[in-house]
Design a protein around this ligand. Structure first.
Ligand code: C2E
Ligand code: CA
Ligand code: CA
Ligand code: CA
Length: 284
């Protein structure tokens, strides 16, 4: 049977496999995962850290990171199936499911009194096709009594080159709904600074590739500072992701950055673990 997970795993490892065949196996796997409800959400905390309390940072929100929990293969990371899902168009169904789940989480947080906590959701450029994402968000806000400003949509910088007109229009309309927009992976692609002030991004996420060597490479540190200064002068919020060392956070703190995400603070964790840690049922 083509949908078998072992074949899928073998297949993506086999470089001799024809691309078409690999995609076919992945497509079946994803369809099975959608039907069998194997997708699951991990949440990674995003923290506010001021100099005095780097050790006791305050939770600002979380990024939603999808995984495929296969009964035989275990946890499959998004980089192993999102690219295929984008090629087949299945990312639209996956993305809509993620948004529904995110809305439910936000509702729950609001009920528990965590009204300032936000949830950041990754969106693929494919979801913007035919204004799909815009319509999905409109529908979501009609059906769930959530504060739209607590929902953040992360869009990858590289994708901004695609189908510009429609994308620009939708980003502006999404912003009009009150939903916030975050420019993800900043610094990895064709950093076209000109669109930063034209497009309604409230937040810029500085990519891990800038963070990795910021302690040792003066050039990376200079670039990081330029990005931070530019984003600040445009009035954007900055989140630095991929912080693995305390020293990395300290360098960005000295530049004025306050929001951090990374293994040093917390790894992505199953939604239930996150809730147990940050939304204790008792005494709310
Ligand atoms: P991303 O949006 O850049 O997400 C950050 C990735 O960095 C996550 O990998 C996260 O687990 C990882 N990360 C966080 N902190 C650290 C750190 O300190 N060190 C290191 N080495 N890594 C860190 P993950 O969860 O494997 O996700 C990979 C990518 O898959 C994401 O990159 C995003 O582009 C995509 N993705 C995840 N969930 C979704 C989704 O629901 N929809 C779409 N369209 N894409 C998603
Ligand atoms: Ca992201
Ligand atoms: Ca990112
Ligand atoms: Ca990324």
């Amino acid at each position: 049977k083509h949908g078998s997970g072992n074949q899928y795993r073998a297949c993506i490892r086999d470089s001799n496999q024809k691309d078409g065949e690999a995609l076919f196996l992945q497509e079946n796997m994803i369809r099975e995962a959608l039907t069998m409800r194997w997708f699951t959400l991990y949440l990674q905390p995003i923290y506010l850290a001021n100099s005095p309390n780097l050790d006791a940072p305050e939770l600002l929100g979380a990024e939603v990171l999808i995984r495929l929990e296969h009964p035989e293969l275990g946890l499959i990371p998004p980089n192993d199936f999102i690219p295929a899902a984008e090629k087949t168009g299945q990312i639209i169904e996956i993305g809509n499911w993620v948004l529904e789940e995110a809305a439910v989480i936000l509702c729950e947080w609001q009920k528990q009194g965590f009204s300032t906590r936000y949830l950041s959701v990754n969106a693929s450029v494919v979801q913007f096709r035919d204004h799909g994402l815009l319509h999905q968000l409109e529908s979501l806000l009609e059906r769930y009594p959530i504060n739209p400003t607590k929902l953040v949509i992360e869009v990858t910088e590289n994708l901004m080159l695609d189908n510009e007109e429609s994308l620009r229009y939708q980003l502006k309309e999404i912003r009009k709904l009150g939903v916030n927009l975050s420019l993800d992976d900043f610094g990895t692609g064709f950093s076209c600074l000109s669109y930063l002030h034209e497009l309604p991004f409230g937040t810029l996420k500085i990519d891990r590739s800038f963070v990795m060597n910021v302690e040792t490479n003066p050039r990376d540190k200079k670039l990081a500072r330029v990005i931070v200064d530019m984003a600040s002068s445009l009035g954007m919020q900055i989140v630095v992701e991929g912080i693995e060392q305390r020293g990395q956070a300290e360098i960005f703190q000295a530049m004025g950055v306050r929001a951090f995400q990374g293994y040093h603070f917390a790894r992505p964790m199953p939604q239930k673990v996150f809730e147990a840690r940050f939304s204790p049922a008792a005494d709310t």
